[in-house]
Design a protein around this ligand. Structure first.
Ligand SMILES: [Zn+2]
Length: 497
């Protein structure tokens, strides 16, 4: 994440951006929200359709229970209150990818309300700058189909339609206009995605459209209470681009206001190639959806008993997990942040840390030796040649003094070269050991024993803990290069002898 804001400091001293985000998350159910068609991505166009999702006359929707449970679970993870009764509504508009002529959504009685996400504005993650971003609502709705403009015969003259996505369940998560910079918006989205991924209700894959974001942005003179006129940036397909689009919009708004103009309330599209937003045709903004309660569906009732059953499946969430891991493994906030980036990584780290001789060393190795190499190779953690068990095995070898830090680095390099896990490479290399040449150590030990007769006497009188004093001295003299295990052995032999 870039730290330098793209908008000039002078202008930001004068104007305050106000940002709210609407995020659509596709729920990972096997079938659609109101019919039994498959939700599988990438199937041939128009193969996963039926009378219900095609909107044929007389077809009736039947609500998918799993979609409700997934949406409620996401809402709970976002600290929302679940409404025991919520109402489905028809959102009426005409578009070729919407066969019914309306979308079934929720309007004035959504599934859940009043949540929040806590974002951390302090990049060093020292629990300094926490800020709560309110979540207005989370509601259930069905997705529309997809217009295709390329990839078929006659694409230059025609638009094709794929209705496989029609009726796929979505949770729409609407934030309060609580964000005050593109950085905060980026952080909010990052945390939101992290939380949703932890719940497992969506894969949040932006390329496949399972997570989509629209951003509302306005600026106002600092100190003014009323919001300025907002614009909406739609269909941006990465968090980085959303941040850039917001930066562009903030500058554009301020520019217009400074030159005495007025902002037009409109929907705009971001062109990532040019780094600019463009207004869409104005008639697209004349929304009047004529919402009314969906007559084909009963009110949705999620009673206390069902809520409790859903809540029981709520996993430990990233923030709580970070705090617990700091306590359990003696790692830093920065360690915990890196190690909880994905639930898989945190799971792997924890199963490794539970068996490791020193969890802190495992955490260090992941950060100092593993992630850097993965980044250099452009690999995700899931594709790492060294598994978390491999990291633990290597950490234990260093802990025991069997290999040095330098040897570990070399072995890690080999793992990445050969795309093999640490134990495999360690065996293939003939279980290398760090030098056990003790002559230099023995000389150091002799000198120390001669120079500290009082401590030697105490040790020999039975105060065995005095060994720590001598080990410390030798380690210091060797500038930390000596093998602690070996130092211990040599000293014990000399002192006992
Ligand atoms: Zn269907």
């Amino acid at each position: 994440m870039a730290t330098t804001p793209a908008v000039s400091e002078d202008l930001l001293a004068k104007y305050e951006p106000v940002i709210g985000l609407e995020v659509h998350v596709q729920l990972l159910t096997a079938s659609k929200i109101f019919c039994s068609c498959s939700t599988r991505f990438g199937d041939p166009p128009n193969t996963n359709v039926c009378p219900v999702c095609l909107g044929l006359p007389g077809a009736l929707p039947v609500l998918n229970k799993k979609a409700v449970e997934f949406a409620a679970l996401a809402a709970m993870a976002l600290e929302c209150q679940i409404n025991e009764v919520s109402i489905f509504a028809r959102k009426n508009y005409f578009y070729p990818d919407l066969p019914k002529g309306y979308q079934i959504s929720q309007y004035d009685k959504p599934l859940a309300e009043f949540g929040f996400i806590e974002i951390d504005l302090n990049e060093s993650r020292t629990n300094g700058g926490k800020k709560k971003i309110g979540i207005t609502r989370l509601h259930l709705e069905e997705d529309a189909g997809k217009s295709l403009h390329e990839g078929f015969t006659d694409a230059a003259r025609k638009t094709a339609i794929d209705l496989n996505r029609t009726g796929v369940p979505l949770a729409e998560i609407v934030s309060e206009p609580d964000m005050r910079s593109p950085e905060e918006a980026y952080e909010y989205l990052t945390r939101l995605k992290e939380i949703i991924l932890y719940t497992g209700v969506s894969d949040c894959n932006m390329e496949e459209g399972s997570l989509r974001c629209d951003a509302n942005i306005s600026v106002r003179p600092r100190g003014q209470k009323e919001f300025g006129t907002k614009t909406e940036v739609k269909n941006v397909n990465s968090f980085r681009f959303i941040k850039q689009a917001l930066e562009y919009e903030i500058e554009r708004h301020i520019g217009i206001i400074e030159s005495g103009g007025r902002i037009t309330q409109e929907t705009r599209l971001y062109n990532a190639h040019e780094g600019k937003t463009y207004g869409m045709r104005s008639k697209e903004q004349a929304h009047d959806y004529r919402y009314f309660p969906e007559p084909d569906l009963l009110p949705l009732v999620v009673d206390e008993k069902w809520q409790a059953a859903i809540r029981a499946t709520l996993p430990e969430l990233p923030e709580a997990r970070r705090l617990r891991m700091i306590k359990d493994y003696g790692i830093t906030a920065g360690d915990a942040h890196t190690l909880t980036l994905t639930r898989a990584m945190a799971d792997q780290f924890e199963s490794a840390a539970r068996t490791a001789k020193n969890p802190k060393r495992v955490a260090n190795l992941v950060q100092s030796e593993l992630l850097g190499r993965l980044k250099a190779k452009g690999l995700e953690l899931e594709r790492s040649p060294i598994s978390m068990a491999g990291v633990t095995a290597s950490a234990d070898l260093v802990e025991l003094g069997a290999i040095s830090g330098k040897m570990l680095k070399d072995l890690y390099d080999l793992c990445f070269e050969r795309n093999q896990d640490f134990p495999v490479v360690y065996e293939a290399e003939g279980r290398p050991e760090q030098s056990r040449d003790t002559s230099a150590l023995e000389k150091l030990a002799d000198d120390l024993i001669a120079a500290n007769p009082k401590q030697v006497e105490q040790y020999r009188a039975g105060k065995k803990t005095m060994i720590g004093f001598f080990v410390g001295q030798v380690m210091r003299a060797s500038k930390g290069q000596a093998n602690p295990q070996l130092v211990n052995e040599v000293l014990t032999k000399k002192l006992e002898g």
